[in-house]
Design a protein around this ligand. Structure first.
Ligand code: NI
Length: 207
């Protein structure tokens, strides 16, 4: 499996008016699959298009999309990939998205309706021979983390939104937090070459 970061996630914050987080979008490729993890929010649509063009990919070439969880800053751009099978934790079905608000609820419903096929995960799976799936329901009940073996970037840890910036990791590493999440993050980061944060630049784990 080969990996490439398409978009480094972040947050646009204009106090009182705009709070628009957008996730890191990771691209994976092997002989049979062209995969996106968390293709991100509407605010990065033009960067996503540029990356696809640069790689010579059409939206229809993406075969699979993995979601750490179903929040729109990670999942909105799934609507553009007409052939992709969507992978996410089965608990996503238990939420009443239409109740999220008269506009937000409709956005969620629109995204859900755009999916041609969903593969439900429970955690514990190994996908495509190189993606380990871990159920980490501390940010959302359907939340997953991934550990990915790649040929070109080493072993990658995508904790998802349970540790979404470098600052979160620093706090855990320095021992300012002593909860279940930080234990999990510190334990799993020992075995990897790079942590890919959902809303920050990647970082080599401290030893
Ligand atoms: Ni989230």
């Amino acid at each position: 499996m080969k990996a490439e970061i398409f978009i480094i996630g972040g947050t646009i914050d204009i106090p009182g008016i705009v709070n628009a987080p957008y996730s890191t979008a990771l691209y994976l490729e092997d002989d049979n699959h062209r995969i996106l993890i968390d293709p991100g929010s509407f605010v990065v649509h033009s960067s996503l298009e540029e990356k696809l063009v640069e790689k010579g990919l059409k939206t229809s070439d993406i075969t699979d999309i993995l979601l750490t969880h179903f929040h729109l800053d990670h999942a909105y751009n799934t609507i553009f990939f007409e052939n992709a099978v969507i992978y996410l934790h089965e608990a996503y079905k238990t939420k009443k998205y239409e109740k999220f608000g008269m506009i937000v609820g409709r956005l969620y419903t629109m995204v859900l309706k755009s999916w041609k096929e969903v593969k439900e995960l429970k955690g514990g799976e190994k996908l495509f021979g190189s993606v380990e799936v871990i159920h980490t329901p501390w940010h959302a009940k359907e939340h997953l983390s991934f550990i990915i073996e790649t040929e070109n970037m080493g072993k990658l840890f995508l904790p998802g939104d349970i540790c979404f910036t470098r600052l979160d990791y620093y706090e855990m590493y320095k021992g300012y937090r002593n909860d279940e999440v930080s234990k999990f993050i510190l334990e799993r980061s020992k075995e990897v070459d790079l942590i890919i944060f959902t809303h920050d630049r990647p970082l080599k784990p401290f030893s």
